[in-house]
Design a protein around this ligand. Structure first.
Ligand code: HEC
Length: 121
């Protein structure tokens, strides 16, 4: 019985986790975030990278921006976007950002290349 419950809770948490992830992804894409932070959230120019950073840290920064507390001159452009997010949405977006599957984290393979002879010339 206990084992069954553990499996059940695990299954629910997996489902729940996936849900938040896709909710966060949709929000991130629909709220215009990629225009500054990039589609894969890797940041662009002066816009900070958000991908794979701690949810806790991102959430703390978003709450500050939401309250209109600017830490730099740059913040003023981020504040209106932070203000459009509800607490639930911040939860989902930061979950998504922490766990984002970006191509930069996938293994890359070096193509083995060897040249033989003189290239046939
Ligand atoms: C107009 C450009 C712009 C858009 C659109 C934008 N941001 Fe930002 N964002 C910024 C800038 C600039 C900063 C850096 C602010 C600072 O230095 O305090 C920032 C900072 C952040 C931070 C804190 C990161 C850090 O290192 O301090 C988070 C989290 C964040 N943005 C999330 C989002 C989300 C989520 C959205 C979509 C709802 C979004 N941003 C849309 C420009 C933008």
């Amino acid at each position: 019985m206990v084992r069954f419950l553990v499996v059940l809770i695990f299954a629910i948490s997996l489902l729940f986790g996936e849900d938040i992830y896709s909710k966060g992804e949709k929000l991130y894409l629909s709220k215009g975030c990629p225009s500054c932070h990039g589609v894969d959230a890797k940041g662009l120019h002066e816009y900070p990278k958000l991908a794979n950073r701690s949810k806790w840290d991102l959430r703390r920064r978003l709450y500050k921006l939401q309250k209109g507390i600017a830490s730099s001159q740059q913040s003023s452009m981020m504040i209106p976007f932070a203000k459009t997010l509800s607490d639930d949405e911040i939860e989902a977006i930061t979950y998504f950002l922490e766990n984002i599957h970006s191509s930069a984290n996938e293994e890359s393979y070096d193509i083995e290349y060897e040249s033989w002879g003189d290239g046939g010339s």
